[in-house]
Design a protein around this ligand. Structure first.
Ligand code: GLA
Length: 376
């Protein structure tokens, strides 16, 4: 993944001076709690080792000059004037979205030269876009002395997606990128934004495998799911599905299909997040596996966000005795699978799963976690 980036020119070569600020933000993997964030529910993401790196230096004028090292030696420096942000320029939309949202919120920045590089694979369900937004906001906070705490950074990143890029996402990814670190999961109530760090018990380690099937959340399917939830909530007389007591599930199941199944996913998924947090805290490894597999089945059958390649990876995980459980992570329609394995057994199990996956599918699986030592 580093190959094209290595061939890219440095900040100094491009802009003729050193960067003033050098910061990073991680991608995330969600252990459990999928499609609950825009329903006011619970999520449990973790940071992954893959990150987006930002180097920048303020300019005297109101120009933003930006370069993505992921494009390698062939990349161009792209430019725009602050206040002239216009959608439709690919990766630059996330940069333009950040300066657009900062201005809309009354936060003043000047022009800047920007160099960025990411090893979070795009469209893999691991929040490459949130990592970019959070890294850039961190960089601008430092360079222009903005008064922003990490929660505000996350909320601004979410606004970039919703108000500029046009992807109506929840707040999980930006909160995870801004607040999660190390090997603890971030147990987040997306309604109150209260969070707690929940360490994985010593006997467990995560595996993350990218299926190689990419997705985009500004596309239709994510939007349709979100709209279905809002319609169901309105018909059931609650502000958000978070507010629907479990006892009301039979009433939800009487709604026209698929609304009932969508509600069932959200309600049972919220309960699974709470159960997973209890199991992690008490070190109850036996409880974890079924929670992950049930979450996957619910995403596949009730929420209908899985694809055959992801189901295949989850089935291959079942054949591994050291894998406790596995599920689709992120928005779905492609992307990655998260698994929990017995500590020390993750790398071997992941290698076998990816080898079988290559035999049985047209796509190449990539192991992101555990990271192989040669990758850093
Ligand atoms: C995407 C969105 C998140 C969340 C997940 C599904 O990653 O950005 O807000 O809705 O999908 O859990």
């Amino acid at each position: 993944m580093h190959a094209p980036a290595d061939a890219a020119p440095s900040f100094e070569t491009l802009f003729g001076r050193p960067p003033r600020v050098h910061v990073r933000a991680p991608g995330r993997v969600n252990l459990i709690g999928e499609h609950t964030d825009y329903n006011g529910g619970f999520v449990l993401p973790m940071a992954i080792p893959q990150q987006t790196e930002v180097r920048l230096a303020p300019r005297e004028d109101r120009k933003v000059r930006a370069f993505s090292a992921n494009l390698g030696a062939k990349g161009n420096v792209d430019e725009y004037e602050l206040g002239q942000e216009k959608r439709g320029r690919g990766w630059l939309d996330y940069v333009q979205g950040v300066t657009h949202v900062l201005r809309a919120e009354g936060l003043t920045v000047g022009g800047f030269d920007l160099w960025l590089r990411s090893d979070v694979p795009l469209g893999s369900g691991l929040s490459s876009s949130a990592a970019l937004e959070v890294a850039l906001l961190r960089g601008l906070r430092e360079a222009f002395g903005l008064t922003l705490d990490d929660v505000r950074i996350a909320l601004l990143g979410q606004k970039v997606e919703c108000d500029f890029v046009g992807a109506p996402v929840g707040v999980m990814d930006q909160m995870a990128s801004s607040l999660a670190h190390g090997s603890a999961a971030l147990f987040l109530d997306t309604r109150t934004l209260q969070y707690e760090r929940v360490p994985l018990p010593p006997g467990v380690e995560p595996i993350v495998i990218n299926s190689g099937v990419t997705h985009s959340h500004s596309g239709g399917d994510y939007r349709v799911r979100r709209a279905e939830c809002e319609r169901a909530a309105a018909q059931l007389g609650v502000a958000q599905l978070r507010d629907l007591p479990d006892a009301e599930l039979p009433r939800a199941m009487a709604l026209p299909d698929p609304l009932g199944r969508r509600v069932r996913h959200v309600l049972t998924e919220n309960a699974r997040v709470l159960a997973t947090v209890r199991a992690l805290r008490s070190g109850d490894l036996a409880a974890l596996g079924p929670l992950l597999y049930d979450s996957h089945a619910s995403q596949r059958d009730d929420y209908e966000v899985s694809v055959p390649e992801i189901d295949l990876l989850v089935d291959l995980a079942r054949a591994e005795p050291d894998v406790l459980g596995a599920r689709l992570t992120g928005g779905g329609f492609g992307g990655s699978v998260v698994m929990l394995a017995r500590a020390g057994k993750g790398a071997g199990a992941a290698a076998r799963i990816v080898a079988r996956y290559s035999e049985k599918s047209a796509h190449k699986g990539t192991i992101l976690v555990p990271e192989s030592p040669s990758e850093r």
